[in-house]
Ligand binder design. Sequence first.
Ligand code: NAD
Length: 500
Amino acid sequence: MQTLDNFIDGKPSASRSERSATVYNPATGEPTAHVPLSTAEETRAAIGVAQAAFEGWASTPPLQRARVMFRFKALLETHRDDLARLISQEHGKVFSDAKGEVTRGLEVVEFACGIPHLLKGEFSPNVGRDIDSNSLMQPLGVCAGITPFNFPAMVPLWMVPVAIACGNTFVLKPSEKDPSATLMLGELLAEAGLPAGVLNIVNGDKEAVDVLLTDPRIQSVSFVGSTPIAEYIYATASAHGKRCQALGGAKNHMVVMPDADPQQVVGSLIGAAYGSAGERCMAISVAVCVGDEVADKLVGMLEEEIAGMRTGPGTGVEPEPHMGPLISREHRQKVLGYIDLGVQEGARLVCDGRELVVEGYENGFYVGPTLFDRVTPEMRIYQEEIFGPVLVVVRVGSFDEALQLVNRHEYGNGTSIFTRDGDTARQFEENVKVGMVGVNVPIPVPMAFHCFGGWKRSVFGPLNMHGPDGVRFFTRMKTVTRRWPTGIRAGAEFSMPTMK
Ligand code: NAD
C-alpha cells in the first residue's frame, strides 16, 4: 500500500512520524494508502519554511501573484478529471459530483486572479486641507488552514488561492480521510510557478493542528469541519492572538409552501438531500411542509422517486449511480444508529436505507436513501446533524411556524423556501436567521465573488470564506493620513488635531 507524503517547500516530503492513519476506498471498503500523522516538530518545521518564504512572496507584485493564479486555473481545468477521480476514490462521491466540486473550487481561483483589483484599497483626497488618506491592504504572514473530508479539493480552494494571492504563505492540514486530491493541488500550484515554501501541506491530526493553533508565527487560522471542533479551534486560536474563521456543522431546512410546484420541489429536494450521500454542509436534511396536504403529497412523491434511485460506486459503473457510499465504516455505523434512533423516537420511517447491499461491492460503506415523516422538533434526528442520506419531514401549520422552526434551530448554515409568492419569499429572506438563503434554489451556495458562511453555531468568527470577506480576512488594513511639508509651514500645533 502506498504511503502518502507531506508537501513541503515545493516538493513531496516523507514524514518521519511513527503514527499514521489508513485511507480507504469507501466504494469497496478496501484500504488504499497510509497517511502520516505528522509530529508537532514536523509541523513547526513546515511553519518555518512558510515563514522563510513570506518576505519574498509578500513583496512580489500582486499582478505577478495573479499570473500564478491564471496558470493554476488552466492546470485545474486540464486536470479536472484526474482530481475528480482521486476525490471519488477516497471520498466516495460520484464522478460527476466530484467534477462539480473541482469546478466550484476553480471559481475561487478565478476570483483570486483579480487580486490586483481587489487589493487597490481606498483613497480620499483632501480629507483635511492638503491632506490625503489611503488604505493599504497588507498580507498577514503565515496563515493556516484545516479542512474537512467532504470537499477535499473545494474547501482548501476556498482558502488557499485568496490567502496566497493576498501575499501570505500557508500551511494546510487536510483531512486525514481523503488527502490525495488536496496533495495534488499542491503539486499543481508548484507547476503553476508558485515559489517553493509559499504553500506547505502537512498531513496529520490533533497533534499537528494544535501546533497551528498555538505557534506564535501563525497569524490566522481558517477551519471548516464539525461544530465541536470549530468551537475548539476558534477558542484556542483566538486565545493565542490569531484571527480565526471557523465554519461548523449544519441542519438545513427547506420550507415548502402550499403554492410551490410539487414537481419542482421533489426534483430539487431529492438532489439536495441525497446528493453526495448527504455529506454536504449545504445538504437539505429537513423538509418543512406547510400544511398536511403539502406533506402528504410530497412524501408520496418522494417515496416514488427514492424507489428509482441507484446507490453505488462513484466511478466505473454505467449509468452513474445517483449517490455513492459514506466516508468510513464508523460513519456508516453512526448514520445507521440515527435511523434506529428515529424509529425509537416514534418518527414514521417511509424509506429505510439500512439494508441496502450493492452487488459486487458488499464491503462498501453504503446506506440507502432514507426518509422519515412526522418528525418533531423534540427528536434528536431533527436536532442533530446526521451527515448522511437521511431526510426528515416536519409538518407545520403556517409560514410563521415554519420560520420560527428554522430560527430556533442551533445551526444556521443554509436554508431555502419554495413558493410562487414574492411577498412570502421576501418575508423569509428578511427574517430568517440563516447565513445562506435560497428562493426556489435548493442549495444556495454563494459564488466565489460572494462570501460563503452561515450564522449561529454554524460559524465562529466574523469573516466568512472567499469573496470580499476572504480578502479582508487575509489582509491587515493600514490607513495612512498624509500631509506634505508645505502643510507644516505655519508652525507646530499644540491642541488636539482636527480636520480644518
Ligand atoms: P471534523 O470536524 O471531524 O474534521 C475537520 C478537520 O479537523 C480535519 O482536518 C480533522 O483532522 C481535524 N480535527 C478533527 N478532530 C480534531 C481535534 N480534536 N482537534 C484538532 N483538529 C481536529 O469534520 P469532518 O468530519 O472532516 O467534516 C464534516 C463536518 O464538516 C460536518 O459537520 C460538516 O457540516 C462540516 N462542514 C461544514 C462546512 C461549512 O461550510 N460550514 C463545509 C464542509 C463541511
